[in-house]
Design a protein around this ligand. Structure first.
Ligand code: UDP
Ligand code: MG
Length: 318
């Protein structure tokens, strides 16, 4: 073992504007800890100067490491790369935009020393739009019903993992990763505490509503086949209602004779059924797509360079 106590994993995508501020804030906290640490940055194919900045930081400070992707592979892939790089006995994953305050790290480490394998700071939703926080609440309620794993509302990817928790995360072979679910799935002793949410310091959030929606669907579908089950139940329910309705129609016709109106009901039934069929098909398609994706066995990301490869290149040139 290296004696390295702490690794901080930071996925970065177009964060050139905040990176300097973030790095010095983080260093201030880490230097105060008096434990050996490393910082593992992952550049997720940024289009701005993020990679050059990271290379500079790594050159000046050997506690700083980075991996740069060949293009944008998404935060999930970036977190995975960061966890693979990390060697510390405890690993903290955090965002680069200072929405995850580095000042919380000492408290997280303290809780880890008390024996917790996962320490999760939960943000309250202060400062977040009403619509977005309402949607989040609904989503978490839905997920809780549909999934086998428990997701804590307000817990993002900001957390501390012990070495054995990291190893268990890395031992999962799936390439379609939904970390929030995976972190919860691995189990271990977990503790959470609240902190105040803050706005990102500079730059823009990369999560538009469309991206969030896709992320949400990913989360719901990546853990079990309960949505598929739901589709089957809905199908049965509709079928049963349709049969009951048919029976009722036959009875009224026998008792009172036929009357023509009612094509509206017919139309509603047809439209509702096609809707249900489309949803069901979509759900099945999603699963088939996932199987196809996993069957290709593609790696979750492609590395362009790391601080180590850069150093070797530089030495060769000298
Ligand atoms: N991020 C990333 N790849 C992406 C999108 C985001 O590595 O494709 C990083 C980003 O640099 C930041 C963190 O993930 O450090 C969270 O992103 P952001 O602040 O945009 O999300 P939000 O806080 O709005 O949920
Ligand atoms: Mg953010």
């Amino acid at each position: 073992m290296t004696g390295l106590q702490l690794s901080v994993v930071v996925p970065c995508f177009n964060e050139a504007e905040v990176l300097g501020t973030f790095h010095s804030a983080l260093l201030t906290v880490l230097d105060g800890l008096s434990t050996p640490f490393e910082i593992c940055y992952v550049d997720d194919g940024s289009g701005d100067a993020t990679r050059e900045l990271l290379a500079g930081l790594a050159l000046r400070d050997e506690r700083v490491h980075y991996t740069a992707f060949s293009r944008n592979f998404g935060k999930e892939a970036a977190m995975l790369a960061g966890l693979r790089m990390s060697r510390g006995a405890a690993v903290v994953i955090m965002d680069a935009d200072l929405q995850h305050p580095p000042e919380l790290i000492p408290r997280m480490l303290e809780l880890h020393r008390h024996g917790y394998d996962q320490v999760i700071p939960r943000r309250d939703r202060a400062g977040e739009g009403v619509v977005r926080s309402a949607l989040s609440h609904t989503y978490y309620a839905l997920v809780r019903r549909c999934m086998d794993v428990e997701l804590i509302d307000g817990s993002g990817d900001f957390r501390l993992l012990s070495r054995r928790a990291v190893e268990s995360v890395l031992s999962l072979p799936e390439s379609n990763r939904f970390s929030k679910g995976i972190f919860s799935w691995i189990g271990f002793d977990t503790v959470s505490f609240r902190y105040r949410n803050s706005e990102r310091v500079a730059g823009r959030s990369k999560w538009g509503s469309r991206r969030l929606l896709n992320y949400g669907i990913d989360g719901l579908l990546s853990f079990n086949n309960r949505p598929l089950r739901l589709a089957i139940y809905t199908g049965f329910w509709v079928l049963f209602s349709a049969l009951a309705y048919a029976l009722w129609t036959v009875i009224t016709v026998v008792l009172h004779g036929a009357d023509t109106p009612g094509y509206a009901t017919l139309l509603t039934a047809v439209v509702a059924l096609s809707g249900i069929q489309l949803v069901t098909l979509g759900v099945i398609g999603e699963y088939v797509g996932r199987i196809y994706h996993e069957a290709k066995h593609r790696p979750p990301y492609v590395v362009r360079e790391t601080d180590a490869t850069c150093r070797t290149l530089r030495e060769r040139r000298l």
